[in-house]
Unconditional design. Structure first.
Ligand SMILES: Cc1cc2nc3c(=O)[nH]c(=O)nc-3n(C[C@H](O)[C@H](O)[C@H](O)COP(=O)(O)O)c2cc1C
Length: 155
C-alpha cells in the first residue's frame, strides 16, 4: 500500500525589501538570500518561487505543513525585508513549483509577463491578490523552463 502523503500546503506572502540601492550590493545581497534559502529549502523539501518587483518581494512557498510553518517564521523575522504580510495559506493537492528556491526579476525577457500581471500597483497599495502572485510565479517558471527546452514535462 502506498504511504499516505503528509499534508501539503502553500503560503503566499509579500513584503518590502530592505536591500541596498547600489545595484552590485543588491545583487550580492540577493545572492546571499538565495544561497541560504536554497540550502534550507532543499533540506526541508520546500519548493518556492520569489518574485521581485522594484522594492517588493512576493513569494510562494510549498511543502509539508510544519516545514512551511517553521520556514515562514524564519523568513518573517529576516531584517532584509519588512511589512511581511500573508496573502494566502492553504492546503494544496500538488506542488506547482519545481525548484527549492527560484527568483523571478523584471528584465527585458520577463517584462511582458510582469506587465500582464500588473502586480506593482497592488503591492504599492498593500492589496495584492494571492491568485495574481501565484499566476505570475507559475508563468515566470514555465517561461524559464521552456527557454531551457523542458516545457514538455509540464503539459
Ligand atoms: C525575501 C526573502 C525570502 C526568503 N526565502 C527563504 C526561503 O524560501 N527559505 C528559507 O529557508 N529562507 C528564506 N529566506 C532567508 C531566511 O529569512 C533566513 O535568513 C534563512 O533561512 C537562514 O536562517 P537562520 O539564519 O535563522 O538559519 C528569505 C529571506 C528573504 C529576505
Amino acid at each position: 500500500m502506498r504511504a499516505k502523503r503528509t499534508s501539503l500546503v502553500h503560503l503566499i506572502y509579500f513584503s518590502r525589501l530592505n536591500l541596498s540601492s547600489d545595484p552590485q550590493l543588491r545583487v550580492n545581497q540577493l545572492g546571499d538570500i538565495t544561497r541560504q534559502a536554497q540550502k534550507k529549502n532543499e533540506f526541508s523539501v520546500i519548493t518556492s518561487f520569489l518574485i521581485i518587483e522594484q522594492n517588493f518581494a512576493a513569494q510562494v512557498i510549498e511543502g509539508e505543513r510544519m516545514s512551511i510553518h517553521e520556514t515562514f517564521n524564519r523568513i518573517a523575522e529576516d531584517q532584509r525585508h519588512r511589512d511581511v504580510q500573508i496573502c494566502e495559506w492553504r492546503e494544496i493537492t500538488k506542488r506547482e513549483f519545481v525548484h527549492s528556491f527560484k527568483t523571478g526579476l523584471r528584465s527585458t525577457a520577463t517584462e511582458t509577463l510582469f506587465n500582464k500581471a500588473n502586480l506593482l500597483p497592488t503591492l504599492q497599495r498593500g492589496t495584492p491578490k494571492a491568485s495574481t502572485i501565484h499566476a505570475l510565479a507559475v508563468s515566470l517558471q514555465s517561461d524559464a523552463m521552456s527557454k531551457q527546452g523542458i516545457d514538455h514535462l509540464f503539459i
